[in-house]
Ligand binder design. Structure first.
Ligand SMILES: Nc1nc2c(c(=O)[nH]1)N[C@H]1C(S)=C(S)[C@@H](COP(=O)(O)OP(=O)(O)OC[C@H]3O[C@@H](n4cnc5c(=O)[nH]c(N)nc54)[C@H](O)[C@@H]3O)O[C@H]1N2
Ligand SMILES: Nc1nc2c(c(=O)[nH]1)N[C@H]1C(S)=C(S)[C@@H](COP(=O)(O)OP(=O)(O)OC[C@H]3O[C@@H](n4cnc5c(=O)[nH]c(N)nc54)[C@H](O)[C@@H]3O)O[C@H]1N2
Ligand code: SF4
Ligand SMILES: [Mo]
Length: 888
């Protein structure tokens, strides 16, 4: 592979371009229109994820290593047998927005055209389904009319249910730049005060799940204030009167709207007035909108306000749904959801006929298949008997995770393709090693419909192979070789492009037919381009012209009347708190990639439950103390963080941590699965729970070189990868075993080999016990136990000593010294700036002592925030806290 290679980031839907350089470094691609050279902390840390040590390298059949032929034959035979005995609907695929468009296209074609069922659904069901359904209801097709440039030229940007500062950081930086350059106003609507609020002119923190009321109130206000009459002369979309009537019913007055949403009427009125009077308005939204039992209505309630004012598909105007995964949009293009057929076609008779002829499909699915929640239910009840999971980790990321795991165990045949071992691969009959980012070759589409190439710059390790290849090999083995005769991704892409144009004649906006003519070399050189795509005149390498904005045909568009429904399960006396879940800045989903990078772990190294201090006070919950969080579906134990950013009655837990990283495992264990009736997207942001404080008898820190989780730890634990090994934070509410079993426990936890020399330091009066395991002069592991956090050492001292030679006379000193004064992160505090390793305490100290007054001052003094910029909102927050005297 000839470097440099231009490719695209494998994380979020911003879709930043990346250059892989010949010297092994990665950098933002200055030519890519999505980022113009910028990368966030995750993108900038990608180089550190390219370690093959933990990768899946060979196919496995029930835990036994096998060759590709044997594994693929087994999959093909079992799927064929299942179809013969139980029919095509007994087979399912559960795929992912991590896949490239080419992988996705082949999976969809195989399932819907050849196996003959539409039982292929994707993790986009948990992510984008409500936006897809809302777009289809409003526009007749899944169209995102706007683009990123609209953010640059808008005068008002409304950010709904989206923590852009952490989840779409490069786009957030663009928004911040637009505000600085032209003074655009920003309104954030999120029940939590997030880092995104740092640049907001107004933060509305509505009660969870009340967005439909907020936007119904807005539509009613727009209608009453005459803002709708100013819409440009064009036929008004159908259903306006009904929508306004429904809005008036849902939000009869400002006072009632404010009361249902739990907002101050004056704040709400300010938002309505700004929206009504600002022509160039963009509304950005993501999971606070989609992941709701009213998700589709939320999407339409937002779009209604843009349709009513004619602010759509024009510069600086429109609803802009942010996609989560790198290729969430590509999956929608190929039709990877069970509710779509292919290429933006559905299950109408004409579409079925058209796709059948195009694919020459022997058994085209003629009705929608099972959506994610139903698919796993069917695996549990025995209706689905063979399930192939590709590029997603449902044992952790699905709601009611215990039920999903039971389904994986009950289903007779589970195949999982992944790059790393996960809680899902553990439950598979067959594991297939997939090529990962940097090795894969194909295309992805970002939130603004921009198709970019992901190009390989390193060979896959071991026997890992790309997903399209595995799918094609299975198709071939099942007798459909002719229809899946692809030499590589370019062949697949051309077919996908041709299908988008097939008998289209302007019926479907998704049309990339011009790209069906690409040669192999043209495909390799393809520049980022937005669909729809036509052939343009001009130099050969830039022959394709995309459409930045898609004008919405208002004659075809529809208003949707939306009535307010509270979350499917409301908090009550038994379950008094509402659990919200979401993301942190430096972790990606179930942590298969980011969890292994010590630098990314430093920003937030333990899972937590954020709770308002007043709720905590009532429940006797202390900051940093352990809590039991219980729902109707399960229980997890977490550490509490007191936060004024939470609403009273609402708590927040990040979605990332899994059984591989902590005793609590995934928060999906307690999250409910009530789904939106239109989109089937589960309500991941509003589960009623109760929280109980747990008395902590002891705390511990374990640092060791060996990786695996401590076996049978009878306590709370979190594993944190650090340079040279693993750090575990431990805490217990039961006394530790004593006597002989205590000794056995200690050596098991230390992972001490018989050759190890054990150094022990005990101060029973203070309840402090410290152990080190030394092999051949080098520190293998050390364990610290204390009654109080202050009795534990500064972690960085033990981490630094790991694997180093410890002189005999220094051993006791290693155990005795370096108390942490209670902060697990030592002198510097929790890392805020990952690029330069600047901690929160260092930051506060510098702001006070050196009188730093701005983010720029901090940059000159500490360098923090001057590289990727992901921490800038937190730097601004620290300045604000110091000024207000609320710094910790
Ligand atoms: N760092 C990081 N970035 C990521 C990802 C990641 O794992 N880590 N994942 C990517 C993916 S796949 C996705 S889908 C996106 C998700 O990106 P976001 O949607 O921005 O992320 P979340 O944290 O899931 O949720 C956003 C916000 O919705 C708020 N919210 C909850 N309930 C409500 C409500 O009823 N109304 C409103 N208005 N807001 C509510 C939450 O408090 C939360 O702050 O991020 C992408 N980017
Ligand atoms: N409680 C709660 N749950 C949530 C959410 C939430 O906000 N709260 N958010 C939901 C959302 S929006 C999303 S998108 C999902 C994400 O949930 P998942 O899809 O389960 O999350 P990932 O960790 O991204 O899983 C992707 C898997 O694919 C593997 N992988 C990466 N690249 C490739 C590849 O090229 N080929 C193959 N075969 N494998 C690959 C990775 O190693 C990883 O195991 O979680 C959902 N679950
Ligand atoms: S914003 Fe960050 S995670 Fe998202 S694509 Fe860009 S570099 Fe990757
Ligand atoms: Mo997502």
């Amino acid at each position: 592979m000839r470097l440099p290679v231009r490719t695209t980031c494998p994380y979020c839907g911003v879709g930043c371009g990346i250059v892989a350089n010949a010297d092994g470094t990665l950098a933002g691609d200055p030519q890519h229109p999505a980022n113009r050279g910028r990368l966030c902390s995750k993108g900038a840390g990608l180089g550190e994820t390219l370690d093959d040590a933990d990768r899946l390298l060979q196919p496995e059949i029930r835990g036994r290593k096998a060759g590709w032929d044997e594994a693929l034959d087994r999959v093909a035979e079992t799927v064929s047998r299942t179809i013969i005995r139980h029919g095509p609907d007994a087979v399912g695929f559960y795929v992912s927005g991590q896949l490239l468009t080419e992988d996705y296209y082949v999976a969809n074609k195989l399932m819907k055209g050849f196996i003959g069922s539409a039982n292929i659904d994707t993790n986009s069901r948990l992510c984008m389904a409500s936006s897809v359904a809302g777009h289809i209801r409003a526009f007749g097709e899944d169209i995102v009319p706007g683009c990123y440039d609209d953010i640059d030229v808008a005068d008002l940007v409304v950010v709904v249910g989206s923590n852009m500062a952490w989840c779409h950081p490069v786009l957030y930086q663009r928004l911040a730049a637009a505000k600085a350059a032209r003074g655009s106003r920003i309104v954030v609507i999120d029940p939590r005060r997030t880092a995104t609020c740092e640049i907001a002119d107004l933060h509305l923190a509505p009660r969870a799940g009340t967005d439909v009321v907020v936007f119904a109130g807005l539509l009613a206000h727009l209608a009453a204030s005459g803002a709708c009459d100013k819409a440009p002369a064009q036929p008004l979309a159908a259903g306006f009167d009904e929508a306004v009537e429904a809005a008036r019913e849902a939000a009869p007055s400002l006072a009632e709207t404010a009361s249902v949403a739990g907002l101050a009427p004056a704040d709400l009125a300010r938002f309505y007035a700004w929206f009504a009077t600002t022509e160039r308005t963009v509304t950005v939204f993501s999971q606070g909108v989609n992941q709701s039992s009213a998700g589709t209505d939320k999407v339409n309630a937002i779009i209604n306000c843009h349709l009513a004012t004619g602010r759509i598909g024009r510069p600086g105007m429109g609803p802009l749904s942010l996609t989560g995964q790198p290729n969430a949009m590509g999956g929608r293009e190929v039709g990877g959801l069970a509710s779509q057929l292919a290429a933006h076609m559905g299950f109408g008779a004409a579409d079925i006929d058209r796709v059948q002829r195009f694919w020459d499909a022997p058994r085209l699915a003629t009705r929608p298949g099972l959506k994610a929640i139903d698919l796993f239910d069917a695996a549990l009840t025995g209706n689905v008997k063979a399930l192939w999971i590709i590029g997603t980790n449902p044992a952790d990321s699905m709601p009611r995770a215990a039920r999903v795991r039971a389904a994986l165990q009950a289903c007779p045949f589970i195949v999982v393709s992944d790059c790393w071992p996960t809680d899902t691969t553990r439950l598979a009959d067959i594991v297939l090693p997939a090529a990962a980012w940097g090795e894969k070759d194909g295309t992805v589409t970002n939130s603004e419909r921009r198709i970019s190439r992901q190009r390989p710059f390193r060979p896959p390790p071991g026997a890992a192979r790309p997903d399209w290849w595995m799918l094609t090999e299975i198709a071939r083995r099942m007798g459909w070789g002719q229809a899946f005769r692809y030499r590589g991704p370019a062949d697949i892409f051309r077919e996908h492009a041709a299908l988008s144009a097939f008998e289209n004649a302007g019926r479907r906006v998704f049309d990339i037919g011009a790209l069906a003519q690409l040669s192999d070399a043209g495909y390799d050189q393809l520049q980022p381009v937005q669909w729809p795509v036509c052939i343009a005149d001009g130099p050969k390498e830039a022959r394709f012209r995309g459409r930045q904005r898609v004008p919405v045909d208002t004659a075809k568009a529809r208003f949707v009347a939306t009535a307010y429904r509270p979350p499917a399960q409301a908090a009550d006396e038994a379950w008094p708190l509402t659990l919200n879940t979401g993301r942190v800045r430096d972790q990606w989903h179930t942590m298969t990639r980011t969890g292994a990078v010590p630098r990314l772990m430093a920003h937030c190294s333990e899972p937590f439950l954020d709770i308002h201090p007043a709720d905590a006070g009532r429940l006797g919950v202390a900051d940093g103390g352990l809590v039991r969080v219980e729902s109707r579906f399960g229980t997890v134990v977490l550490r509490a963080r007191l936060s004024h950013g939470q609403r009273l009655g609402e708590v927040f837990v990040p979605m990332h941590w899994t059984d591989r990283y902590c005793s609590a495992g995934p928060v999906g264990r307690i999250v409910g699965a009530a789904a939106d009736p239109v989109s089937g997207q589960p309500e991941l942001k509003a589960t009623p729970v109760k929280v109980t404080a747990i008395a902590t008898l002891w705390r511990g820190v374990l640092v060791r070189r060996a990786a695996p989780a401590p076996p049978g730890m009878p306590c709370y634990w979190v594993r944190i990868p650090v340079a040279g090994g693993q750090l575990f934070e431990l805490a217990g509410s039961e006394p530790l075993p004593s006597g002989r079993s205590g000794e056995a426990w200690i050596s098991e936890v230390l992972g001490a080999s018989p050759a190890a020399e054990l150094v022990i330091y005990a101060d029973a009066r203070r309840g402090a016990f410290r152990y080190a395991s030394i092999v051949g002069d080098r520190l293998e592991a050390c364990l610290f136990i204390a009654r109080e956090p202050a009795g534990l050492p500064a972690r960085e001292v033990s981490i630094a000593a790991l694997g180093r030679r410890v002189a005999a006379e220094a051993r006791l000193a290693l155990l005795a010294g370096h108390d942490s004064a209670g902060s697990p992160d030592g002198e510097a505090g929790r890392t805020v700036c990952t690029c330069f390793g600047v901690g929160l305490r260092t930051l506060y100290r510098a702001i006070v002592e050196r009188r730093l007054a701005s983010v720029a001052d901090i940059g000159s003094a500490l360098q923090a925030g001057t590289n990727c910029g992901s921490c800038v909102p937190e730097l601004a927050g620290a300045l604000r806290h110091v000024k207000a005297g609320t710094a910790l």
